[in-house]
Design a protein around this ligand. Structure first.
Ligand code: UD1
Length: 439
C-alpha cells in the first residue's frame, strides 16, 4: 500500500495549481449519459474517483475515454445497453448512485446497488428513492439493489421537497427529470456550485431547467438532449485545503498564490472565517492570493449547506486551529460524526476533543510527527496538513483515501517547497518481527 511521508517544518512558497472539481466532474459524467451522442468535458482531474465512475459507466456498455494528461474526458452513451450499476463498484464510491437518475432518464429503468454506509456515518439515500417515486418511478429493493422502473418507459415527472437539502439527491432527481414526459419541481434543492455547474451543463444540452442556483428547480422534460463540449469548474475543496496549507506552512508576510481557481465557489462563510484568522485574501477571476499573518487567530465554525462552511473543509480547519492562538469550536451540522481524524491528530499532540458533533480545539499545540492512519478522503488530507507543521516525519498510511480526491498532491506541494514523498509499505507486516524488543 502507499503512504505519504512528510518532513515537517519546511516553508510553503510560490504558487499551487488547482485541479478541476471532482464532485462536479462526477455529476457531469452522469449527465453525459442522457444525450444522443458523445459529450466532451475539459478540466477533469486525474483521480481515483473519476476512474471508478468511468468503470461504473462502462458496465452499462457506454464508452468512456480519458486523456489524463489533457484532462479531457469523452463519454459516448450510444452503445449503452445494460442499465445497471454493480455493488463491487458502487461500494467504492457513493456518487455511483447517480446512475439511478441517469439510467432512469435514459432507459426508463435501472438496477443500481445501494451504497451502504460510509466511514463517518450511515449516509442514507432515502431522499433519492422517495424523490424518484415522486417523479413517477416504481422502486423496489431486491437483495441490496434498487430496481426502479418508469411506467411506459418514461417518467411522468412530479414535485418533491428535499428535507434536508441534499447535493446527491438534487443531482439524481434532475438527471431523472430532464427527460421526463412532464413537469417536475424540486423544492429545497441544493445550491452548491457543483450542482449549479451540473445544471448549466444540462441546460447547454438542451434541458429546460428554471431556477438554476435557487432553492426551487422547475424542470420541463424534453424528449432528446444534445451532446456538448463543456469546461468543468475548479475544485473548491482543493482550493480551500491549499489556502489552509498556506496559513499553516507559509512564512508570515509572504503571499502564496492558488492558480486556476476563483474564490467565489468557496461560499461566504469560509471566506469570512478565513479572513477572521488575520489572513489577507485577494481574489481575482482565476487566482487567489493569500498573505500569511504573523499569527493565526482562533475562529470557530459551523458547517452548513452552501454558502455555509463546507463540511469537506472541516477536518482541515481543525488542523489549522491547532496552530491558532486561542480556542475554537468546530461544529459539523451536515455529518454528525465526521471526526475520525481527531484521535489521529491527538496522537500527534493536538489538544482537541470531540463532544457530540463538535470538536473543541485548544491552540497552539506543538505537533510531533508519527505514523497516522487515514480513514476517509478529507480526514487524510488533514493529516498531511498536520505533517507540514509537525516536528520530524509524519507517515500517513492508507493514502488511497486521499488519492480519491487530490490530484498529484505530493507533486504540487513539493514544487511549492514542501518535503514530501510517496512510498509503499506492508499493511499486514508483523510488528513483533519488525520491533522484537517491544515484545
Ligand atoms: C456531497 C459531496 C460530499 C459532501 C456532501 C455535503 C459529492 C460526490 N459528494 O455528498 O463531498 O461532503 O455533499 O456537502 O458531491 N441525506 C439524507 N438522505 C438522503 C441524502 C442525504 O438524509 O437521501 C442527508 C445526509 O445524511 C446529510 C445531508 O443530507 O446529512 C447532506 O448530504 P448530501 O448533500 O446528500 O451529501 P452527498 O451528496 O452524499
Amino acid at each position: 500500500m502507499d503512504k505519504l511521508v512528510i518532513e515537517g517544518g519546511h516553508r510553503l512558497r510560490g504558487s499551487l495549481p488547482i485541479s478541476g472539481s471532482k464532485n462536479t466532474a462526477l455529476a457531469l459524467m452522469a449527465a453525459a449519459l442522457l444525450p444522443d451522442g458523445p459529450s466532451t468535458f475539459t478540466n477533469i482531474p486525474d483521480l481515483k474517483d473519476i476512474d471508478t465512475f468511468s468503470k461504473v459507466i462502462r458496465v452499462t456498455g457506454a464508452g468512456v475515454d480519458f486523456d489524463a494528461a489533457g484532462h479531457t474526458l469523452r463519454i459516448d452513451p450510444t452503445p449503452l445497453a445494460h442499465p445497471e450499476a454493480p455493488y463491487e463498484l458502487v461500494k467504492r464510491m457513493r456518487a455511483s448512485f447517480y446512475m439511478l437518475g441517469a439510467l432512469l432518464g435514459r432507459c426508463g429503468r435501472a438496477r443500481v446497488s445501494l451504497p451502504g454506509g460510509c466511514a463517518w456515518g450511515p449516509r442514507p439515500v432515502d431522499l433519492h428513492l422517495e424523490g424518484m417515486k415522486a417523479l413517477g418511478a416504481e422502486v423496489e429493493l431486491d437483495k441490496g439493489y434498487v430496481v426502479a422502473r418508469a411506467r411506459g418507459g418514461r417518467l411522468e415527472g412530479g414535485t418533491f421537497r428535499l428535507e434536508p437539502s441534499s447535493v446527491g439527491a438534487t443531482v439524481n432527481l434532475v438527471l431523472a427529470a430532464a427527460t421526463a414526459r412532464g413537469h417536475s419541481r424540486i423544492e429545497n434543492a441544493a445550491i452548491e456550485p457543483d450542482v449549479v455547474v451540473f445544471c448549466e451543463a444540462l441546460h447547454a444540452m438542451g434541458a429546460r431547467i428554471e431556477g438554476i442556483g435557487t432553492r426551487t428547480l422547475e424542470i420541463e422534460g424534453v424528449t432528446t438532449l444534445r451532446p456538448v463540449t463543456f469546461a468543468n469548474c475548479a475544485d473548491r475543496i482543493e482550493l480551500g485545503t491549499f489556502m489552509i496549507a498556506a496559513l499553516l506552512a507559509g512564512t508570515p508576510g509572504d503571499t502564496i498564490t492558488l492558480e486556476q481557481a476563483g474564490a467565489g465557489h468557496l461560499g461566504q462563510a469560509f471566506l469570512d472565517a478565513f479572513r477572521a484568522t488575520g489572513a489577507e485574501l485577494h481574489a481575482e477571476t482565476d487566482r487567489v492570493h493569500v498573505t500569511v499573518p504573523d499569527e493565526v487567530r482562533a475562529v470557530s465554525i459551523e458547517t452548513d449547506v452552501y454558502p455555509g462552511f463546507p463540511t469537506d473543509l472541516q477536518a482541515q480547519w481543525t488542523v489549522l486551529m491547532t496552530q491558532a492562538k486561542g480556542n475554537a469550536k468546530i461544529v459539523d451540522r451536515i455529518y454528525l460524526d465526521r471526526f475520525k481524524h481527531v484521535p489521529e491528530l491527538r496522537r500527534m499532540g493536538a489538544n482537541a476533543i470531540v463532544v457530540g458533533n463538535e470538536v473543541v480545539v485548544e491552540g497552539t499545540s506543538r505537533l510531533q510527527g508519527t505514523t497516522v492512519m487515514s480513514t476517509d478522503l478529507r480526514g487524510s488530507v488533514s493529516l498531511v496538513l498536520a505533517g507540514l507543521v509537525a516536528e520530524g516525519e509524519t507517515h500517513v498510511l492508507r493514502v488511497y483515501h486521499l488519492d480519491r480526491g487530490y490530484e498529484k498532491l505530493e507533486e504540487k506541494l513539493s514544487r511549492a517547497g514542501i518535503v514530501i514523498r510517496r512510498t509503499t509499505y506492508d499493511e499486514f507486516a508483523d510488528p513483533l518481527l519488525e520491533h522484537p524488543h517491544e515484545a
